[in-house]
Design a protein around this ligand. Structure first.
Ligand SMILES: *[C@@H]1O[C@H](CO)[C@@H](O)[C@H](O)[C@H]1NC(C)=O
Ligand SMILES: *[C@@H]1O[C@H](CO)[C@@H](O)[C@H](O)[C@H]1NC(C)=O
Ligand SMILES: *[C@@H]1O[C@H](CO)[C@@H](O)[C@H](O)[C@H]1NC(C)=O
Ligand SMILES: *[C@@H]1O[C@H](CO)[C@@H](O)[C@H](O)[C@H]1NC(C)=O
Ligand SMILES: *[C@@H]1O[C@H](CO)[C@@H](O)[C@H](O)[C@H]1NC(C)=O
Ligand SMILES: *[C@@H]1O[C@H](CO)[C@@H](O)[C@H](O)[C@H]1NC(C)=O
Length: 626
C-alpha cells in the first residue's frame, strides 16, 4: 500500500516533467540545426538534452515576441519530390550570437546593440511554420504541412526545418510565425522536385558562383529572381568570402574569419543583401561550397593563407586549421538551406538529386572534403611537378567512387541527362602562364579517371558545370591526347562543360576590347574551348528537356552599382545523344567574348570612343529594380 502510494505520488510528480521534456525534445528535433552538421562530432554537435535542461531551469526567461525579429528573411533548398528544407532566423538581434559552442552552464546572450548580456537563462524561441500550395491561401484549408521548432543562441537563432508530405514538382508558399503571436516572417515560395521515375517536359536552373560582397552588387541574383524563368537556383561555391575587404560594401566583421562567431557574422552580412534575399525567398536552392566558405585555395589539410603547422595557431585567429574549418562548416550548415545527407559525416555536402526521367543533378565537393594539396602561391613549382601524379585526388576515394557510381546508376535508371554541380573548371585548358594548379588541371589523374569512366561505360549526356574562375568558359568534354577529338565538329567529345562567371568577384580587369583579345588567345590555344568571355559578371540559365539542353549566358555590365542591366551574352544548345555542343556553336554569333569559328556582334553595348567605356543600348527595356 505504502509502496504503491509512493509510486503513484512519484509518477504524479514525474509525469508532467517527463511529458514537458518530451515535448521540448520534439521541438528541438524539429530544428535540423541542433544536429548540424553532425550529432556525433564532439566539437560540432549540440548537447540538446543540456540545452533543454538549461531552458527548463527555474528563472529561465522567455524572450517576448516584440523583443524578437525575423532578421534575415527566409530561404529554401534541397528539393526532393516530397519535401524541401525551409530556413529562417528569429533572434533578439541582427548580430550573430557570440557563443561559440554549447558549454556547461548557461550560455550568455550578448546583444551587440545594447552592448550587454540579455539574459543568461533565456528560454528557447519557439517558431511555427506552415506550407500551403500557392494560390490556395494560407488559412486552414490550404495548409498542407506545418510544425514547430525551437531555436537558441547555440545555433545563432537559425531555424532549419524539413517540410515533408508534399506533392512532387509543385510550387508552395511558406511562412514562419513566432509561437503564440502574430509576428510573421516574409512569405517564401519554393518548389519540390519531380518524382524520380516520371516524364518531365522541362527543368530550368539559374547557375551562380563567386558572390563577393565587397567586390560589387549582387545584380545577377536580383535579375534572375525578377525574370523568374528558373525552377531552381544553383550556387557552385564561394557564396561568402573570408577576407577583410574595405569600401562601400566593407566586410563585416572587419577581419579575416577564424571563429564561429566570425563566420556567422559574415553569413549574416551577405544575407542582408536585398537581391540575395529576393532570390532566397522565391526559389529553392541547391548549393555546394568552394574554398572561400572556409579559406582561399583550401584543401584537405589547410589553405593558402594558413599552413597546417604549429605556426598556424596565430594570434589573429587563435584557432587551428582544423578548428577553423569546423567553424566555417558549422556556420555554413546553420545559415544555408542545405540538407545533411549523412549525419556521421560532417563534411559531406556531396549529394544527388534525381529529377524525373530527365536528369540527375550530382553535387560534388572538390574542395574541402578530401582534396590533395593544392596551389598555395608559394608551392607552384611543386604542384607543376606532381600535377600528373596518379595518387592525387580532388574528392577522396570515398566520394570519388560514389561519384562514378552515381553516373552509372543515373544512366542505368534511364535518366536522360547527368548534370554535375562542380566547383572548378574541368576542361584541359592551358593559359599563357601554363596550367592552373587549383582547378582540375592540378589533378590530372582524377580528371583522367572521370573521363575514363565516361568513355568506358558509354555514359552519355554528361554536363559539367563550374564556377570559381570568375569568367565564362564553354567547352566540349574530351580526353585530349588519349581519345580522338575534332574541335570543328565536336566528334569524339563525351559531354559539355558550362563554366560560369562570378556574381560579383573580380574577373578580367580591363576594357571590353582587350578582354576579347584575351578570349581569342585562349580559344586559339585550347582545342576544347569554344567560347570564352572574361569581361562580364553574371550567371547562366539552363533549360533541360528530353531532346535538348540550352544554356543562356547573361552579363551584368557593372556591379559598381545596384542596377538591372541584364545583357544576353551567348546561347548554346546540346542535343540529347550528341555529347557535344551543337554546331554552329553559339548559333554562330555571340554578343561578348570570343567564339570559335563565329562572330561577336555586340548589339547591347557600343564602345564609346571618347571615354573608352561601354554605352548600354536599350537598358530601359530591361528589368527595373524596385
Ligand atoms: C502564387 O500565388 C500568388 C497569389 O495567388 C500569385 O499571384 C502568383 O502568381 C503565384 N505564383 C506562382 C508561381 O504560382
Ligand atoms: C607556408 O610554408 C611555406 C613553406 O615553409 C612558406 O614558404 C610560406 O610562407 C608559409 N605560409 C604561411 C602563410 O605561413
Ligand atoms: C592523363 O591523361 C593524359 C592524356 O590526356 C596523359 O598525358 C597523362 O599521363 C595521364 N595521367 C595519368 C596519371 O593517368
Ligand atoms: C560501349 O559502346 C561500344 C561501341 O558501341 C561497345 O563496343 C561497348 O561494349 C560499350 N561498352 C559498354 C560498357 O557498354
Ligand atoms: C596563344 O596565346 C598567346 C598569348 O598567351 C598568343 O600570343 C597566341 O597568339 C595564342 N595562339 C593562338 C593560336 O591564338
Ligand atoms: C539568347 O536567347 C534569348 C532568349 O531566346 C534571347 O533573348 C537572346 O537575345 C539570345 N542571345 C543571343 C546572344 O543570341
Amino acid at each position: 500500500m505504502n509502496k504503491m502510494l509512493t509510486l503513484s505520488l512519484a509518477t504524479g510528480l514525474l509525469l508532467p516533467l517527463a511529458a514537458a521534456a518530451a515535448a521540448a525534445a520534439a521541438r528541438f528535433d524539429g530544428n535540423l540545426n541542433f544536429a548540424s552538421p553532425s550529432r556525433r562530432h564532439a566539437s560540432l554537435g549540440i548537447d540538446v538534452p543540456h540545452v533543454s535542461r538549461r531552458s527548463l531551469k527555474r528563472g529561465a526567461v522567455a524572450l517576448a515576441p516584440d523583443e524578437l525579429g525575423f532578421t534575415h528573411g527566409v530561404a529554401s533548398g534541397d528539393p526532393y519530390a516530397d519535401s524541401v528544407v525551409l530556413w529562417t532566423r528569429v533572434a533578439p538581434s541582427r548580430e550573430s550570437d557570440a557563443s561559440n559552442v554549447t558549454v556547461e552552464g548557461p550560455v550568455p546572450l550578448y546583444s551587440h546593440e545594447t552592448q550587454s548580456y540579455i539574459d543568461a537563462d533565456a528560454s528557447p524561441v519557439c517558431v511555427e511554420w506552415r506550407v500551403w500550395e500557392n494560390g490556395t491561401g494560407d488559412g486552414g484549408g490550404g495548409v498542407v504541412a506545418r510544425g514547430d521548432a525551437y531555436t537558441t543562441s547555440d545555433i545563432d537563432y537559425t531555424v532549419k526545418v524539413e517540410a515533408t508530405g508534399l506533392q512532387p514538382f509543385t510550387t508552395y508558399n511558406y511562412q514562419f510565425t513566432i509561437c503564440g503571436s502574430s509576428k510573421t516572417s516574409p512569405v517564401g515560395r519554393t518548389k519540390t522536385a519531380p518524382l524520380a521515375d516520371v516524364d518531365v517536359p522541362e527543368l530550368r536552373f539559374a547557375v551562380f558562383s563567386c558572390s563577393n560582397y565587397p567586390n560589387g552588387y549582387f545584380n545577377a541574383y536580383g535579375n534572375a529572381a525578377r525574370k523568374d524563368e528558373q525552377d531552381y537556383m544553383v550556387h557552385l561555391g564561394d557564396y561568402i568570402y573570408e577576407g577583410n575587404a574595405k569600401g562601400e560594401r566593407a566586410h563585416a566583421p572587419p577581419k579575416y574569419l577564424f571563429s564561429l562567431h566570425d563566420y556567422r557574422t559574415r553569413h549574416g552580412q551577405y544575407r542582408t543583401d536585398p537581391d540575395l534575399q529576393l532570390a532566397s525567398q522565391n526559389f529553392a536552392w541547391i548549393t555546394t561550397w568552394d574554398d572561400h566558405e572556409v579559406s582561399n585555395n583550401g584543401y584537405r589539410d589547410g589553405s593558402s593563407a594558413l599552413n597546417n603547422t604549429e605556426d598556424s595557431f596565430r594570434k589573429d585567429g587563435g584557432v587551428s586549421v582544423d578548428q577553423r574549418k569546423m567553424n566555417a562548416v558549422r556556420a555554413y550548415f546553420e545559415w544555408m538551406p542545405i540538407r545533411q545527407v549523412d549525419l556521421d559525416d560532417n563534411l559531406r555536402v556531396w549529394r544527388n538529386f534525381q529529377m524525373g526521367n530527365l536528369l540527375d543533378f550530382i553535387v560534388l565537393d572538390t574542395r574541402n572534403y578530401d582534396r590533395s594539396i593544392t596551389s598555395l602561391d608559394w608551392n607552384d613549382n611543386y604542384i607543376d611537378l606532381i600535377r600528373n601524379d596518379a595518387s592525387r585526388t580532388l574528392m577522396g576515394s570515398h566520394q570519388e567512387n560514389w561519384f562514378y557510381n552515381q553516373l552509372s546508376k543515373s544512366q542505368d535508371r534511364g535518366a536522360t541527362w547527368r548534370i554535375i554541380g562542380n566547383q572548378i573548371v574541368f576542361s584541359h585548358i592551358v593559359e599563357s602562364y601554363g596550367y592552373g594548379g587549383d582547378n582540375w588541371n592540378g589533378y590530372q589523374a582524377n580528371r583522367n579517371r572521370t573521363l575514363k569512366h565516361l568513355y568506358d561505360n558509354n555514359i552519355t549526356n554528361t554536363i559539367f558545370l563550374a564556377g570559381d574562375s570568375h569568367q565564362n568558359w564553354v567547352s566540349d568534354l574530351a580526353w585530349l591526347d588519349e581519345k580522338p577529338y575534332d574541335s570543328t565538329t565536336g566528334e569524339g567529345s563525351v559531354g559539355v562543360e558550362f563554366a560560369g562567371t562570378a556574381v560579383s568577384s573580380t574577373g578580367f580587369s580591363g576594357l571590353i576590347a582587350p578582354g576579347r583579345t584575351e578570349a581569342k588567345y585562349r580559344v586559339g590555344n585550347n582545342s576544347v574551348l569554344q567560347w570564352q568571355d572574361g569581361y562580364y559578371r553574371g550567371y547562366f540559365l539552363l533549360s533541360v528537356t528530353p531532346n535538348k539542353l540550352d544554356a543562356r549566358y547573361y552579363g551584368s555590365p557593372s556591379v559598381a552599382s545596384r542596377n538591372a542591366w541584364d545583357l544576353p551574352l551567348a546561347n548554346f544548345t546540346v542535343f540529347a545523344g550528341e555529347n557535344r555542343l551543337a554546331r554552329p556553336v553559339g548559333g554562330g554569333s555571340v554578343e561578348a567574348g570570343f567564339l570559335r569559328g563565329g562572330k561577336t556582334n555586340p548589339t547591347n553595348v557600343t564602345l564609346n570612343t571618347d571615354t573608352q567605356k561601354w554605352d548600354i543600348v536599350g537598358y530601359n527595356q530591361m528589368y527595373i529594380v524596385t
